[in-house]
Design a protein around this ligand. Sequence first.
Ligand code: A3P
Ligand code: MG
Ligand code: MG
Length: 378
Amino acid sequence: SKRKFSGDHTTDKGESFDRKIFPVAHSSRYHGSSPVYKQPIEINSYSIDSDRRVWFDNRELKYYYRATGTDLSAGYDKFIQRDESQLEHLDTLLDALTDARSKHTDPKLTTSQFVTWRGIMTKLLCTPYSRNEPWELRVSRHKDTIFIEEQATADKKEKERQASVRQQLMCYWGYKFETLSTVSKPPKDGVDDQELADRILDGADTNVQYCVAVKTTLGKNSLIMGAEVDCSEGAKCEKNPLSRYVELKTSRLVQNPNQERNFERYKLLKFWAQSFLVGVPKVTVGFRDDDGQIVKVEDFATLNIPRLVRGKSGSWDPSVCLNFANQVLDWIADNVVANDPTLTYSIKWNQPWRELTMEYTGHDHVFLTKRFLDGETS
Ligand code: A3P
Ligand code: MG
Ligand code: MG
């Protein structure tokens, strides 16, 4: 299967690029001490409004206020979903990076070996335990920083197209729980009764987001990630904002051993990985029944989640996730060497779930913005 590329398909150094393979072993192969994961630091934050306009302020930050009302289906007719056919690549994260570089005096805080979305890192962390969820990444290297974006797989697009009415409703439940659990101002000085009444009937608008950019290090790989934050517990703490953020989740109420296993094996793994990566200390879970009624709300301290599953049969281990992701980042850094933002590589994880593959994709799917590249030289 060795393919040599020529002409357009050479790196900027004129070398040919062979397809690269990263064998994915059984999860037990990644046991052992974990690479150090540094406490993430917030380097910027921004709001995206209902028209997808970006504002470098806190206008869309929501504040936690325990859910009132239990019906997650209420307001479904007012559900506004972001048009995902408008690919946004890393655009807002790149803008946030340019903005951060203009605000911070220490260039170390705003430079890293990798720049990507948190959701991509979550997928990497969970891969040793997920042998049926394909993903595809697109990678470019520029000034020794490797940028990683996600490329929607054909499989994912097909699933979305076929999403049943029931699946769409269940997707709404997740967002409705956010509507039900947050208010627009810190609740310390009292909450507006009208706002509390309204949120029970309100819908949700997935265009609206509050995002942060964080800097951290996994092993020897420094990393800047963009992530959506669901809400803050009380006013934003300017000194250490991450310490007050809360991730909101919904999950099926656990009533039998099968549901318990599903919750611990799959849900808690994803909850932990997603929040751990950006230093969000708390995950608040709304447990719902099959009719979309919240039955109870429970808080999980992110750092405690691994302890809840430790030693159970068929369970997951955070050090496996971190070792695996660290090795993948090393592999990407070793193989994506050409510093040229107009060249891309594609990395795929798919059937038969035995290896990651990396292919050189030349000038196809270039995703770093001119705006970002221009900002770097000025
Ligand atoms: P739940 O996770 O509570 O079901 P997030 O929790 O990351 O803030 O995302 C909010 C909601 O978006 C999710 O709520 C879910 O409804 C939807 N969502 C997020 N990622 C998804 C995915 N990969 N597939 C389907 N729905 C997703
Ligand atoms: Mg969210
Ligand atoms: Mg959430």
